[in-house]
Design a protein around this ligand. Structure first.
Ligand code: ZN
Length: 436
């Protein structure tokens, strides 16, 4: 009895160290019940570490600097009039065909190419970004973390030293955190609140609130028309959409913003928006072929996929992502020499995407140019640590006679993914190298 009582006291003392259950929500003003209270600066650090990894996991940034500046401008205009203007907001366009948008803690917001091409005007874009900013100001994903699911991961990211990279360290944990946060879906109540906050920000920034209604009517038509799988796995999974949600938003606008709805000073900005996405639209046909090729490849038809990727690369030339997947498909088919020029070109066009670096690493390993392989694989691991790139990099170290570094890396992969094929192969390698 005595012992368990002492233990209990110890546990209670430890719990007190970590539990601080009373943070005030910046939007609702209500107290947040939390396992662990994440401060505003910790929130920013979590977002800063996880955002680059989230960008990598979703196809990397779409390469169009004019469009990037335009989207960032619209986002900043909204962020300035929101509750937490001091946050270091960033708005990025991601090269993903799935219609989607997300926000990470601290003000890191992204919209995909696949959602952008479906919008008609700047007010609709403002509705998407305003909604995401609403999740940030209401600390929706932070609250989810504080309640426990991603807490341990978040705490390790917060306690890790900034700037450390590679496997088994900050970069890898940040990658896992990003995946967890991207997977997080919001409650109906959180969605409703983000919709309302988004409209408030739109009106304060001078946008017509009807843009938000137009957007949800479009969502509604999409759902009613039997939504394509891409919508269901993208935007509608993380931000559940319903008829009630749309009706609630319409009622809110009718009650609060009736005058602004019909006031021409509150803008839609259709022309500037259409100009900004003109180049993006030109690549649509190529990316539609690219999506088809990805399906073919996933279904096991690699040679069919290669033929379709080649067509995609003709329709949308110089798109690094299309060339990357074309190169990877050739590698998939075992044709290293055919893969090489496409992966080289992809890295020339955009050196900051983990998968093209990984593919080129494979090419150079196969061609026995080990220093080049190691260089690209190290870069790939910096951008987004993966078991695959880690294993190949360890192989490169082994070929360079850097046995200790190889063992260390194999061991980390075996530890992180004990049940995967790559993890088991890595464990085997550790045993082999140590017995030498
Ligand atoms: Zn949402």
């Amino acid at each position: 009895m005595r012992i368990s009582h002492t233990r209990f006291m110890l546990f209670a003392a430890l719990a007190l160290l970590f539990v601080s259950g009373c943070a005030v929500n910046p939007v609702t003003g209500r107290q947040e019940l939390a396992l662990f209270s994440i401060s505003a600066s910790q929130e920013v650090k979590l977002g800063q570490e996880a955002f680059p990894k989230a960008v990598q996991q979703m196809g990397g940034e779409y390469d169009d600097s004019t469009l990037a500046a335009y989207v960032n401008g619209v986002g900043d205009r909204l962020a300035k009039v929101a509750e937490r203007p001091e946050l270091p907001y960033e708005f990025k366009v991601l090269n993903d065909s799935t219609p989607n948008a997300f926000a990470l803690p601290g003000g890191f917001v992204a919209i995909t190419r696949g959602l952008l091409v479906n919008l008609e005007n700047e007010a609709q874009l403002a509705a998407v970004l305003g909604h995401e900013i609403g999740h940030v100001t209401a600390r929706d994903s932070v609250q989810g973390m504080q309640r426990g699911a991603l807490l341990n991961l978040g705490l390790s990211v917060l306690s890790a030293a900034t700037g450390s990279s590679g496997y088994g360290t900050l970069a890898q944990q940040a990658g896992q955190l990003a995946a967890g946060l991207l997977d997080n879906s919001f409650s109906r109540e959180q969605e409703r609140q983000a919709d309302r906050l988004g409209v408030d920000y739109m009106v304060r920034a001078g946008y017509n609130p009807r843009g938000s209604v137009q957007l949800q009517e479009f969502f509604y038509r999409t759902v009613e028309g039997g939504a394509e799988p891409m919508w269901l796995t993208g935007l509608f999974r993380t931000h559940p959409f319903s008829r009630e949600r749309m009706q609630d938003l319409q009622a809110y606008i009718a009650e609060r913003y009736l005058l602004q709805q019909n006031d021409p000073r509150f803008i839609f900005n259709e022309q500037p928006f259409q100009r900004a996405i003109a180049d993006l639209k030109k690549t649509s046909e190529g990316y539609a072929l690219y999506d088809k090729a990805r399906e073919q490849e996933a279904g096991g038809d690699v040679s069919g996929a290669i033929a379709t990727y080649l067509q995609a690369a003709v329709k949308a030339p110089d798109q690094a992502l299309i060339l990357t997947q074309l190169g990877m498909a050739y590698l998939h088919a075992g044709d290293v020499r055919a893969a090489r020029p496409h992966l080289v070109r992809a890295v020339q066009l955009d050196g900051s995407y983990y998968l093209s670096r990984l593919g080129l690493g494979v090419v150079y390993l196969e061609l026995d140019d080990v220093p080049s392989a190691v260089g690209h694989l190290e870069k790939s691991m910096d951008l987004l640590p993966t078991d695959r790139a880690g294993y190949l990099l360890a192989l490169g170290y082994e070929k360079q006679g850097r046995t200790l570094e190889a063992i260390d890396l194999y061991r980390q992969i075996a530890k992180t993914s004990p049940n995967s094929k790559v993890g088991q192969a890595a464990a085997q390698k550790v045993t082999e190298l140590q017995s030498r």
